[in-house]
Design a protein around this ligand. Sequence first.
Ligand code: BEZ
Length: 211
Amino acid sequence: MSIRLGDIAPNFTAKTTEGTIDFHEWLGESWGMLFSHPADFTPVCTTELGKTALLKGEFEAKGVKVIAVSVDDLDSHNKWVPDIEEINGVTMNFPIIADEDRKVATLYDMIHPNASEKATVRSVFIIGPDKKVKLTLTYPASTGRNFHELLRVIDSLQLTANYSVATPADWQDGDKVIVVPAISTEDAIKKFPKGIDEVRPYLRYTPQPNK
Ligand code: BEZ
């Protein structure tokens, strides 16, 4: 069954390169990013895991725990990790789930049979501290993800979770934001003391409230 925004992220127990975890316990009060990889010892995945290890500090600074999954076993993951480290000049610093029985891949609908019967697609699930799914992304095996975009999206998800704003196209942290349509311009003027720029009655900008 597919997972939709607002659903509780399904819980599971799994072996990982950092020991056995209960997913919800592992998340604790943090945000989380669960992302799938078609298979171990594949070129795009090797670059993606290396990039994530490089950016781990940036995810952590936003309170986001990252965890990868692929449908290979722990022995295979442990043999692959030195390659990821050497090729990308990093130390692996987050867990990779060993999902050889495809439990997690099935639970999260990460196998799209018309793309591949065996391997997962590149799925991303960003999960809030309430364990609800805040964002899903699906890329094909042949296209590596942009991890700076994932960090950007997390900025937007965290901002819009706390303020009655939305973020416009190509928004970056620090740019002006949009007042949500549910708030009248009269109320917006009181709520956002940095000011309102009313381009249209339905398009009102305000400086980012938490900056
Ligand atoms: C990869 O992960 O590198 C990959 C997997 C399947 C097709 C192409 C690339």
